[in-house]
Design a protein around this ligand. Structure first.
Ligand code: FES
Length: 124
């Protein structure tokens, strides 16, 4: 296996917030254009901020790890902050990813931004 940071390994071995969320306020499913792996993310929003995130990811170890990590990272963030979240920011915050695996963090970033867009479309 490629050399992953301790945080990547920790979240891969002990993923947080995985699973379904009943009646989410927003959700999105994205496929990684590079490999076809998929992530579905569901969010609960309270007072314009992320109150809870749940996710289901079918993907490689860094995809699982960044899904878990991002679900904790954005807790309490405003929706505007989530809309500006980049995969590079997730990759950097989790201690870096091997060069050929940075694309794996696209799932978490795209899915979270997509879930916020879905929230806005439900609450125009
Ligand atoms: Fe598919 Fe990492 S190889 S997300």
């Amino acid at each position: 296996m490629a050399a992953y940071s301790p945080l990547v390994m920790e979240h891969f071995e002990h993923p947080r917030n995985a699973g379904e969320m009943p009646d989410p306020d927003g959700q999105a499913t994205v496929a990684n254009p590079v490999c076809g792996d998929r992530m579905r993310v569901m969010i609960r929003v309270r007072d314009g901020r992320i109150a809870e995130v749940r996710w289901l990811t079918r993907g490689c170890p860094p995809a699982i790890a960044t899904s878990s990590f991002a679900s904790e990272m954005v807790a309490g963030w405003s929706l505007e902050e989530v809309e500006e979240l980049s995969r590079e920011a997730i990759a950097a915050a989790i201690g870096g990813l091997p060069k050929d695996k940075v694309h794996c963090s696209v799932l978490a970033a795209d899915a979270l931004r997509g879930a916020v867009r879905d929230f806005h479309s439900r609450n125009p």
